[in-house]
Write a new protein. Structure first.
Length: 279
């Protein structure tokens, strides 16, 4: 496949038959980013030597607010602990998380203000910022930026992974399971390993760029202006890969409903117990 046809294929996979941008500035790194797919089926191979350290080095190369480094990573490979993580991801609305137990490693990305809180107290200062929503956001964003760098690095060395936001369903149990200190919580998990070539994943289509890209000012668009084109891309993707027929709009309705929370409605209480006052 030529570079041109490969790149056209990447854009078609990402947008389906919707309008695609014609002026992408291509290079190997951009190609790799556009080829991203969530991987939920792994071989039995453990992570290669140096893989975890490579992921962490890339994660630490992400931007961090005010150079405060308010994140940590708990890497889990013990089979019993992974099985418990798989149990914690299940809920009323969503099942099918057996792959969490089967993955070679599950990475737990932690918004972690505990180190800086301790340093401040030890030096005789009052770490009042930990009481505020902005500090909670800073730590959570730091963890997210680090994790995305980490996943990109994992994919660059032949691994694959998938984010596990469902681990927030049981945030308190999870914190207890891995012994988190106060002022720390798991933002999400990430199952990673070598993708199983016999159970390949696919690139999921996204809405056309004019749905999410706004120039100079936010422009509110009526849903009917764009939803049909994305629904077509979504339906074509599901048909091609033998997935059950449903609309993206249905997924939105489910995702905006209370049943989707599956325990996350208790997250604020758990965070307050862990020291975040969220003022």
């Amino acid at each position: 496949m030529t570079d041109l046809s490969q790149r056209d294929a990447l854009l078609e996979a990402r947008y389906g038959q919707q309008a695609t941008p014609e002026n992408i500035i291509w290079n190997d790194q951009i190609e790799a980013l556009l080829a991203h797919r969530s991987v939920r089926a792994f071989t039995d191979e453990p992570l290669p030597d140096g893989a975890l350290e490579t992921v962490v080095a890339a994660a630490q190369s992400a931007s961090t607010s005010s150079n405060l480094h308010q994140w940590s990573l708990v890497a889990v490979s013990d089979p019993e602990t992974k099985a418990e993580l798989a149990r914690l991801t299940h809920g009323v609305e969503f099942t099918g998380f057996e792959f969490v137990a089967q993955a070679p490693s599950v990475l737990l990305w932690v918004a972690d203000m505990s180190r800086n809180h301790a340093i401040s107290v030890e030096l005789g200062s009052k770490p009042v910022v930990t009481d505020y929503v902005d500090a909670f956001l800073m730590a959570s964003i730091d963890a997210a930026l680090a994790a995305q760098n980490g996943l990109v690095a994992a994919e660059a060395i032949g691994l694959g992974g998938v984010y596990l936001g469902s681990l927030r369903n049981h945030a308190k149990e999870l914190a207890d399971l891995i012994g988190l200190p106060s002022y720390a919580y798991v933002v999400f998990g990430m199952a990673i390993g070598t993708p199983d070539p016999h159970r390949p994943s696919a690139v999921h289509p996204r809405p056309a760029q004019d749905v999410v890209l706004h120039r100079e000012r936010y422009r509110t668009r009526p849903t009917e202006e764009w939803i049909e084109d994305y629904e077509t891309a979504f339906k074509d993707f599901r048909a091609e890969y033998g997935l059950r027929d449903k609309t993206w709009s249905h997924s939105v309705v489910v995702g905006m409903g209370l049943d989707y929370m599956d325990g996350r409605e208790n997250l604020r209480h758990t965070l307050e117990e862990r020291g975040y006052l969220l003022r």
